[in-house]
Design a protein around this ligand. Structure first.
Ligand code: NAP
Ligand code: ZN
Ligand code: ZN
Length: 349
């Protein structure tokens, strides 16, 4: 075991502070990674604040991890020392159930092991994430990162990238489809870029008129301000697919009105009760509201390769580890352009 530096919260109302944690020694199947960058996902904040219940403390968040391999176990042949790799939201699953067999480890019937706040099968207790110097991960859950992509800007693909890519693929978004991305934050900005690369006509649906120019720069062909009822009426019944990234309880009925007959809105943001949904909104037009959780390991690799081919990375604001608490406040206030990424060198100094 080794003791390393990390940043975490000791309770739901505590600031994040420097602390030490243990990492296991490398087993035959493991890859040890020196972390260079880690993205800040809104889920990190939900977990620290115990918004979903069940958080285990200390919480050391971080599941958008990029780094270089520093050591591999004797059964690891597909990763080499010095290679650029990534770790996303999962570090283990049962590998035997029907979900795992179908490459959908995120839905493992025994429960996938989250990169943080998961059950640590090796050391006991719970797992600690990427706001730390190093991480030791089973080779199966380590991703290869295209070397042509800018290292620090690739980190958010490990969660925000796959969480938007997977539903866009699953619901067969294709050239010419009109796709609405709701909420321009970390997930939303990746949703625009990926849907546009798939050939869709992307409309950014936002509560923030000030983000309109950015949305277009990111690849949206137009912007719909969701608080403007006239604008919402103009787009009624016109969308082939909606990706809803809003992180909190909200009224989804106005968005359902935007869907075409037989089309789907996929929820990825609010993992909590929503405002009541009017059945009529679904019945009139045979519409669907669905959900999606990150993506499996195979699909995450496919997404990274797709982003490599299309030269897609995140728009990042770099921060030092000791400014994380201010960054959390800004994300909570929808004020990030469009993903904070921690330079992990700042923890080592
Ligand atoms: P984020 O960066 O905070 O972006 C969320 C955006 O939603 C905001 O920038 C804002 O955009 C909009 N928004 C915020 N409050 C709103 C409200 N009350 N009504 C309407 N729009 C609102 O968050 P993120 O990191 O993208 O994460 C989004 C959510 O997805 C979080 O809840 C996170 O936990 C969850 N998540 C889920 C998965 C999954 O697998 N399903 C994976 C990762 C994250 P505008 O200013 O444009 O309106
Ligand atoms: Zn995340
Ligand atoms: Zn399983």
């Amino acid at each position: 075991m080794s003791t390393i530096k990390a940043y975490g919260a000791k309770s739901s109302d505590a600031d994040l502070k420097e602390m030490t944690i243990e990492r296991r020694d490398v087993t035959d199947r493991d890859v040890k990674i020196e972390i260079s960058y880690c993205g800040v996902c809104h889920s990190d904040i939900h977990t620290v604040r115990n918004d979903w219940g069940g958080s285990k403390y200390p919480v050391v968040p971080g599941h958008e991890i990029i780094g270089r391999v520093v050591e591999v176990g004797s059964d690891v042949s597909n990763f080499k020392k010095g290679e650029l790799v990534g770790v996303g939201c999962m570090v283990d699953s049962c590998r035997e159930c029907s979900a795992c067999e179908d490459d959908l480890e995120q839905f493992c019937e025994e429960g996938m092991v989250g990169t943080y706040n998961g059950k640590d099968k090796h050391l006991g207790g719970h797992t600690f994430g990427g706001y730390s110097e190093t991480i030791v991960v089973d080779k199966y859950y380590v991703l290869k990162v295209p070397e042509n992509l800018e290292e620090k800007a690739v980190a958010p693909l490990l969660c925000a990238g796959i969480t938007t890519y997977s539903p866009l693929k699953h619901w067969n978004v294709k050239k010419g489809d009109k796709v609405g991305v709701i909420g321009l934050g970390g997930l939303g900005h990746m949703g625009i870029k990926i849907a546009a690369a798939m050939g869709a006509e992307v409309v950014m649906i936002t509560t923030s008129p000030s983000k309109a120019d950015d949305a277009k720069r990111l690849g949206a062909s137009s912007v719909l301000i969701s608080k403007n009822e006239d604008d919402m009426k103009k787009h009624k019944g016109s969308f082939d697919f909606l990706l809803n990234t809003v992180p909190v309880k909200h009224d989804i009925n106005p968005y359902i009105q935007l869907l075409k007959r037989d089309s789907t809105m996929c929820m990825v943001g609010a993992i909590e009760p929503l405002e009541p949904m009017h059945g009529g909104g679904l019945i009139m037009g045979r519409k669907r509201v669905a959900g999606s959780l990150i993506g499996g390991i195979k699909e995450t690799q496919e997404m990274l390769d797709f982003c490599g081919e299309h030269n897609i990375v995140s728009d990042v604001e770099m921060i030092d580890m000791d400014t994380i608490n201010t960054a959390y406040e800004r994300v909570t206030n929808s004020d990030v352009k469009y993903r904070f990424v921690i330079d992990m060198q700042s923890l080592k100094n």
